[in-house]
Design a protein around this ligand. Structure first.
Ligand code: SF4
Ligand code: SF4
Length: 440
């Protein structure tokens, strides 16, 4: 007997309206970029339209749906199954990131007075920090808006799941206050710009001479930032990872993770689950970690000794290469630009040196694990499909093995989409030194 695959309904009328508002918003932003528009107050209008299109779309998508997992149609939509829309979005995002990192003048950045898109946000920037906007300020505004608005969408989608709601509220909070408002306010107070939760090696400029000097010359508050940054790296982060696994950072605090979990949610099933991808993941992430350690050692060596080279290599060049290839090209252009093609956690999985360190700690000395009740598993594969880190969760569940993987960010989606309640995220492991080996 054959079953016809029925394509789920696409969008309802109200969703179409909000999609239209979204298209209008993007069109206005493009017009702003080429200097057609605007008055001093139009940034308010743009932000309003941007937020309305996403939250309104989400509200009308989920308001009438009952509690439960809602991934209907992800393999049918052009945007979520690597169709034409996905490619167009990836190209658009990639182009935006290239302009942002390497050609901000085309967005309107100008030392003698901004124009275009950046000038549009000058009034907001003046309001917050009494300085004209930069490309990073505009990026921060949209990044924060995305986490807040798509976070709202995520809250509606997973309204039945307390863990998902709590961690989403957490990333929204940390992005709004720690990553955006507080650092901007610090600039207003003539303090060094500092996102307190953004620690080395994710914050790869933490040990740069200019950053250390800026802390040292900013009095008590500057010294506090410096000492707090060091404590985060060597004490606070390892302790929290011991108790909670890397999820405390990757799924509850980090901005990159926050964007991946909220705006990137529709793409999580696109992560590559193959053994080849897992091998590539381990090679890349530990190579980049090594690169980041060597680069930082070089920068510190130059800072302490005044010598420009370490083992015949220019430390400034090393730092420049790291910033270009890892800080910009990988984490930004590929990491976010390729969401619709490679899934939402490409950077976290293949590139982030912070995730690598937390992963080693999680693997070697953390109480966190995912327990599996193998007898209940019906091998549907939902868990593996929606694991954004490409972990074959089902293989563990079928064997009834605990999952302790360095790459697991503890998002809990595998447990949320399991129809049988097989998976449970726990912190109480007493078998830290006697665990399931890391096998596929
Ligand atoms: S195994 Fe589960 S908790 Fe871990 S990253 Fe995958 S979906 Fe998230
Ligand atoms: S989602 Fe649950 S039932 Fe389905 S394969 Fe995974 S653990 Fe088994």
């Amino acid at each position: 007997m054959f079953h016809r695959i029925v394509k789920p309904p696409f969008l309802n009328k109200l969703q179409w309206i909000h999609l239209g508002i979204g298209v209008l918003t993007i069109s206005l932003l493009v017009l702003a970029s080429v200097n057609i528009l605007f008055t001093d107050d139009d940034w308010r209008f743009i932000i309003f339209l941007f937020a309305t299109s996403i939250t309104g779309f989400a509200y009308h998508q989920y308001r009438e749906q009952s509690e439960g997992v809602k991934n209907n149609g992800v393999w049918f939509g052009s945007l979520t199954s690597r169709g034409l829309l996905a490619w167009a979005t990836a190209l658009g995002l990639t182009a935006f990131y290239c302009l942002l990192y390497w050609w901000p003048e085309y967005l309107g950045l100008n030392a003698s007075g901004n124009t275009g898109l950046i000038a549009l946000f000058d009034p907001l920037s003046m309001l917050l920090k009494k300085q004209a906007a930069s490309q990073w300020f505009v990026y921060g505004v949209f990044y924060t808006l995305c986490i807040l608005c798509f976070g709202y969408k995520f809250l509606l989608k997973y309204k039945h799941n307390k863990y998902q709601k709590l961690r989403t509220i957490s990333v929204m909070f940390f992005q709004l206050f720690f990553a955006f408002l507080i650092p901007e306010w610090m600039l207003r107070m003539n303090l060094p710009y500092n996102d307190l939760k953004n620690m080395w090696p994710l914050n790869y400029y933490f040990f740069d001479a200019w950053n250390i000097e800026s802390f040292k010359s900013s009095g008590g508050m500057g010294w506090f930032f410096l000492v707090f940054g060091l404590l985060m790296i060597f004490v606070i982060s390892p302790s929290l990872t011991y108790f909670f696994g890397k999820r405390w950072y990757c799924s509850w605090v980090c901005g990159c993770g926050g964007l991946a979990e909220t705006a990137g949610d529709p793409f999580r099933h696109l992560s590559d689950k193959s053994l080849k991808a897992w091998k590539l993941e381990r090679f890349l992430i530990y190579s980049i970690l090594l690169f980041s350690i060597v680069m930082t050692a070089g920068v510190l060596y130059t800072y302490k000794t005044g010598q420009a080279e370490l083992f015949g290599i220019s430390t400034a060049e090393m730092r420049k290469s790291y910033g270009f290839f890892i800080g910009a090209a990988f984490s930004g252009v590929i990491g976010v630009g390729f969401y619709p093609l490679l899934g939402s956690r490409v950077w976290c999985r293949f590139g982030c040196p912070m995730a690598a360190i937390l992963g080693i700690q999680q693997r070697l000395f953390s109480r966190f694990r995912i327990t599996t009740n193998g007898g209940q598993c019906i091998s549907c594969g939902n868990c593996s499909t929606y694991c954004e880190m490409g972990i074959d969760v089902r293989a563990y569940a079928q064997k009834g093995q605990n999952i302790v993987r360095a790459s697991c960010v503890g998002c809990g989606i595998c447990a949320a989409v399991c129809p049988r309640g097989v998976l449970k995220l726990e912190n109480g492991s007493i078998d830290i030194f006697d665990r399931t080996p890391e096998k596929s």
